[in-house]
Design a protein around this ligand. Structure first.
Ligand SMILES: Cc1ncc(COP(=O)(O)O)c(C=O)c1O
Length: 391
């Protein structure tokens, strides 16, 4: 019988050897062998079976990281998953594995701002050109492809502005021109969308968010298909970007309840979205209204939505927007998201950066809300009381 993934998450990685329901944390810098022959045997095995969890040094991981990578490989339906110390480490590893001096990279305009800084500023210093494309107009993607284009880097939906893109079109363009594709899938996780199965070569998730779920650990994952595996494996070795065992343990523990938490985030967010969508003072940036392009692009590819959403507020009085956000009592103010708790952020220039295609007038403001696992009626009541300050 092939159990569903929900059941798999509850039953996987039991440790009958130590008689514990969860696997132990194996910490090691030195991996110890009984003899030199054993070292050589392991090295041979690692060469023949590079995803099999054969290590000769702690930087390559231990059984704790291997268990997490195996679980994530199943969730992603990918060839392999690499785990990194942060989500941004996975972004870096994906790009570093593929692009070289003289290459060009096409990047979605609304990417996470550190991804923008990495591509736009740092890659430039290495002779790599970045061109940002408009997530709503893929002609800006297609028309900018050249012989030098090595990679298309997508983030869906866009960070803070939540544009949903036509992913099918992106994959078809990339296949036509034989360009490697990567997507930052942190918002949905493979629980709601499986990029590798869909046709992407690489898929990034910040494990700091929903995988861990408790706002107390950082990590990242990079899922790959067979085509790019060797390139990423080589880059992983040379950069030393590898998740530590304690963090791997916490993320594995978080994954046990990923489906339960995400289902509840989705339900809570839907209730809050139903309330917010009725207000004329702002535009809700979440796939809720059925007649919108965003909704159609979400519905076409995703089986669910997570708890992160935005509001585009039209107001000439920025102080009233600040007052609205500051008057929320159940929403914490802080970066990151994907934990059990609700969060709010007023997006100013620092968060959006200098985007080319940000559709935002001078009197429009972005607010980001993460809808947590509290009672949604309490969250709605809290937003309701704060809304009186919005002018
Ligand atoms: C969409 C997205 N990708 C990547 C990252 C980076 O993840 P981390 O904070 O784990 O480095 C973040 C963090 O906020 C994010 O929002």
């Amino acid at each position: 019988m092939d159990n569903s993934f929900k059941t798999f998450l509850k039953h996987t990685a039991k440790d009958f050897h130590n008689q514990s329901v969860n696997p132990p944390v194996v910490r090691a810098s030195t991996i110890i062998f009984k003899s030199m022959q054993h070292i050589r045997k392991t090295q041979l095995k690692a060469k023949k079976d590079p995803t099999g969890g054969h290590y000769d040094y702690g930087r390559q991981g231990t059984s704790t990281t291997h268990i997490l990578e195996k679980i994530l490989t199943k969730l992603e339906e990918s060839y392999h998953v690499f785990t990194t110390p942060t989500g941004f480490g996975a972004v870096f590893l994906a790009i570093f594995s593929v692009v070289r001096p003289g290459d060009e990279i096409l990047v979605a305009d609304p990417v996470y701002s550190p991804t923008r800084l990495l591509t736009q500023d740092y890659l430039k210093e290495f002779g790599i050109k970045t061109i940002f494309y408009d997530p709503r107009n893929l002609k800006t993607l297609k028309n900018n492809i050249s012989k030098k284009t090595k990679m298309i880097f997508v983030e869906n939906p866009g960070s803070n502005s939540f544009e949903f893109q036509d992913l099918k079109k992106i994959i078809s363009i990339s296949k036509k021109y034989n360009i490697i594709t990567a997507i930052d899938n942190t918002w949905a996780t493979p629980y709601y969308f499986k990029p590798i199965k869909f046709g992407f070569d690489m898929s990034i998730v910040s494990a700091t968010k929903y995988y861990s779920g408790h706002s107390d650990v950082m990590g990242g994952s990079l899922a790959v298909n067979k085509k790019v595996f060797k390139k990423v494996k080589a880059a992983e070795r040379i950069t030393g970007l590898r998740l530590g065992p304690d963090d791997a343990y916490l993320i594995t523990r978080g994954l046990r309840t990923l489906d339960v938490r995400l289902d509840r985030h989705r339900e809570n967010a839907k209730k809050v979205a139903a309330f917010l969508s009725k207000n004329k003072k702002f535009k809700l940036l979440y796939p809720y209204k059925k007649d919108s392009y965003n909704f159609r692009m979400w519905k076409k590819f995703y089986s669910g939505a997570s708890g992160l959403m935005g509001l585009k507020i039209k107001s000439k009085e920025i102080n009233s927007v600040r007052k609205f956000v500051n008057s929320l009592k159940l929403f914490g103010y802080g970066y990151s998201w994907g934990g059990f708790e609700s969060l709010a952020l007023h997006q100013e220039y620092r968060e959006t950066g200098d985007r080319r295609y940000l559709n935002l007038a001078k009197d429009e403001h972005l607010v980001r809300l993460h809808i947590g696992l509290e009672d949604p009626n309490d969250l709605i009541a809290d937003i309701k009381q704060a809304l009186r300050y919005l002018k």
